[in-house]
Design a protein around this ligand. Structure first.
Ligand code: SF4
Length: 192
């Protein structure tokens, strides 16, 4: 799994390098957090989820419990079709897991300041690069899945699923009902 993590970081860095030339006119500023509150689903792969989960496990107990509550709340709100900010967004509008934030948070930027009525504008080249990068991430996590962050972390919190995933087994039948309900993709089929 460590080799996969190295490969994951390599893929992130490769994207950053290739996209850098198109991002020079980005209007993004620290503390904006529009993408963390209003950008809809925060899609991650199970490999990214595992890294986030390992980081969360090292947090002090009280913080971990509060986060668990926020993740459950996020799931409930989304199931009810209500908007919900990312559970990792802190009160000061900084990201609790910035160093290991998933690719979905790395790909997005905007050439204008975002508001409710003015969503991000990205260059077509960066969108194409990001689509390619997502396929690479899904191929890297060949026995895994992709979906909204809270749902993927929930799946990884289930011992049966976690054991299957961590052992490298591939049993999509175990997650089919949850997957259908929550728009979970099978990487092997989505990434190609
Ligand atoms: S993980 Fe961090 S950067 Fe990504 S949406 Fe959540 S708070 Fe924002």
């Amino acid at each position: 799994m460590e080799l996969s993590e190295d490969a994951l970081i390599w893929i992130y860095d490769d994207f950053e390098q290739k996209a850098a030339a198109y991002k020079t006119d980005a209007a993004c500023e620290k503390g904006c957090a529009f993408c963390c509150t209003d950008a809809g689903s925060i899609h991650i792969t199970t490999l990214e989820g595992r890294i986030i989960r390992d980081t969360v496990a090292r947090l002090p107990r009280q913080r971990r419990m509060a986060l668990q509550k926020s993740l459950m709340k996020d799931m409930k709100k989304r199931e009810a079709g209500r908007p919900s900010p990312c559970p990792f967004l802190m009160k000061n509008r900084a990201c609790m897991i910035y160093a290991i934030r998933p690719f979905v948070c790395r790909r997005v930027y905007s050439t204008r300041t975002c508001t409710k009525g003015t969503p991000p504008i990205l260059s077509r080249q960066v969108m194409a690069l990001a689509d390619r990068t997502i396929r690479e991430l899904q191929a890297l996590d060949d026995t895994g899945y992709s979906g909204h962050l809270s749902y993927i972390l929930y799946m990884l919190g289930q011992p049966k699923f976690r054991d299957t995933y961590l052992s490298g087994d591939f049993k999509p039948e175990e997650v089919v009902a949850f997957g259908k309900r929550h728009g979970i993709l099978i990487n092997r089929m989505a990434g190609g």
